[in-house]
Design a protein around this ligand. Structure first.
Ligand SMILES: Nc1ncnc2c1ncn2[C@@H]1O[C@H](COP(=O)(O)OP(=O)(O)O)[C@@H](O)[C@H]1O
Ligand code: SF4
Ligand SMILES: [Mg+2]
Length: 366
């Protein structure tokens, strides 16, 4: 049996956070894509994920937020076993995922993707789409599949009269309900929701989010909720991890993160204006310089070209993660040893002062 992690205030390293017994865990996860650099040029490495540690505790909702291109979906694909990590490992209940059968993984972890338009087969009926995982896994026969489809359609609020419809005969919200039903029909333990409402009309977004919350309570699900929309994360997640250019730069309980964001990037995200276009997915962070090219990441702290608190050391030395108040992790020189000499939980006053109005701003947006 695995020992439960104990949190030590001020302990260095990413393993000091308290969560429920982890069902899914990523350790030092890396993903490098070799991408084209142009005609007749050698391919170059793009570090989409660059040393990510994540723990998903049983029954919790972990929010993963960050700008488009920071590596959220790539993390999700590795957790789903759909991309092999270039380094590090994923474990499920302590077992290395690399040694598990993909069928076993997909029985226990299911995704819900952003776009129900492209993730559903346009030539299959709703009943066929929902029952596909049961058929692939050879669980029961036609009578059992029919009864499972009926049950799960009721659970996700889809009328039985749509069972023989094709996806293009449904609204966006109904299509996402089909995608949710398909994800849940095998009763997985973990559901990875990657921007589950970003492509939907604003009017149906909250219905789908509330459905996900109800289903979590009813079925005891564990969620990884990926979203650029902080209001969604605040509503849904118990804990939040903030990602920037392939790394987790801050992680905290949701209430704590919104009340007292520590990392300058988290502060900028909380102060950001949500885009009016639900499908766009990129908040206006008011950070000036554009999101950096991951093929040529900035030196030292990769956030330094955009950081309002940048110091001389920031462009030379990469900060390492430090924990505060046992449940918060932050990766920024403002919180390194020298800065926190007065005590491991000390937060520079300047950062606290600037954080509060930003947090209030996003609360209003929700
Ligand atoms: N299959 C791929 N091949 C090459 N580059 C990729 C691939 N998938 C993602 N990337 C790159 O990896 C980075 C992270 O992408 P992604 O994980 O999709 O970010 P996010 O989900 O946060 O928007 C981006 O720069 C993206 O262009
Ligand atoms: S390490 Fe420096 S540049 Fe990076 S977030 Fe902290 S203060 Fe800003
Ligand atoms: Mg994505």
């Amino acid at each position: 049996m695995r020992a439960e992690p104990r949190a030590v205030p001020g302990e260095r390293g990413p393993r000091a956070r308290v969560v429920n017994a982890p069902i899914l865990e990523a350790r030092e996860l890396h993903c490098v894509f070799e991408v084209s650099a142009g005609f007749m040029r050698p391919r170059r490495p793009l570090r989409a994920v660059n040393g990510v540690d994540l723990r998903l505790g049983k029954g919790e909702s972990l929010g993963l937020v960050g700008e488009s291109g920071c590596g959220k979906t790539t993390v999700a694909m590795m957790l789903l076993g759909l991309i092999s990590p270039s380094g590090g490992e994923v474990t499920m209940d302590g077992e290395p995922m690399a040694g598990l059968d993909q069928r076993e993984i997909s029985r226990r972890i299911q995704p819900i993707f952003q776009d129900p338009y492209s993730s559903l087969n346009p030539r299959k009926t709703v009943a066929e789409i929902i029952s596909l995982p049961l058929r692939v896994h050879k669980l029961g026969g036609p009578a059992e599949w029919r009864s499972q489809v009926t049950e799960i359609m009721d659970l996700v609020g889809l009328s039985q009269r749509y069972a023989n419809n094709l996806p293009n005969q449904l609204s966006g919200g109904q299509r996402q309900r089909v995608a949710i039903a398909r994800a849940l029909v095998m009763r997985p333990e973990v559901v990875i929701c990657d921007e589950p409402t970003s492509s939907l009309d604003v009017s149906v977004q909250s219905q789908i989010l509330n459905l996900l919350l109800d289903l979590q309570r009813e079925l005891g699900l564990t969620y990884l909720l990926i979203s650029h929309n902080l209001a969604v994360v605040e509503h849904m997640a118990t804990r939040v991890a903030v990602m920037y250019l392939g790394r987790i730069v801050e992680e905290a309980l949701t209430e704590e993160l919104f009340r007292n964001p520590r990392h300058p990037y988290t502060q900028a995200l909380l102060a950001s204006v949500l885009t009016p276009e639900p499908g766009l997915g990129v908040p206006d962070t008011h950070l000036g310089a554009a999101f950096p090219n991951p093929i040529e990441p900035p030196s030292g702290c990769t956030f330094h070209p955009r950081c309002p608190h940048v110091m001389p050391a920031c462009s030379a030395v990469a900060p390492i993660p430090v924990t505060h108040e046992s449940t918060t992790l932050v990766e920024c020189h403002l919180f390194s040893e020298a800065r926190t000499a007065a005590g491991p939980d000390t937060v520079p006053q300047q950062v606290e002062d600037e954080a509060r109005p930003a947090a209030a701003g996003i609360g209003g947006a929700a």
